[in-house]
Write a protein of this length. Structure first.
Length: 149
């Protein structure tokens, strides 16, 4: 299913591509729940409903342990097509999303502390380079496939 992640904005600012969609693998049940969530969205704005949901999450939701994170990875796939139908596909494997969320900011901060960086806002890829994600522990090289029509 498509998701409104920040990747849409950072990908646009990094590549200039205007029509970007981010997808996430989801079960039919999750997709249906998302479709029907619009009906209850006004309730989710109420403070007491948010408090109840936060309490429920705090008491029932647990992230993976360090051992579980070490055993899990993420598969990342991206595809770009031009008007002529030519496409370029990139694939890579990264460590578990929790682990990448720990590793990437630390690497970026180390870069900012040790390298001369132009002031201003940017995206991680523009700051760190297109190979940044593949250099993080647990990541594979980026595999590129081109298909011409």
């Amino acid at each position: 299913m498509s998701v409104p992640w920040g990747d849409i904005a950072t990908a646009f600012y990094t590549t200039g591509i205007k029509n970007i969609t981010v997808f996430w693998p989801a079960s039919d049940a999750m997709i249906n729940m998302t479709r029907y969530s619009a009906a209850v969205r006004p309730l989710l704005r109420l403070g007491f409903v948010q408090a109840l949901l936060k309490m429920y999450i705090d008491t029932t939701v647990r992230g993976p342990s360090e051992d579980q994170r070490e055993q899990q990875n993420a598969l990342v796939w991206g595809e770009v097509r031009n008007a002529g139908g030519e496409s370029v596909t990139a694939r890579m494997t990264t460590a578990n999303g929790y682990t990448v969320t720990q590793l990437a900011p630390v690497a970026i901060i180390e870069h900012l502390l040790h390298d001369d960086v132009k002031a201003g806002s940017t995206t991680p890829a523009l700051l760190m380079g297109k190979e940044f994600a593949s250099q993080l522990r647990g990541s594979s090289d980026i595999s590129i496939t081109r298909q011409a029509l």
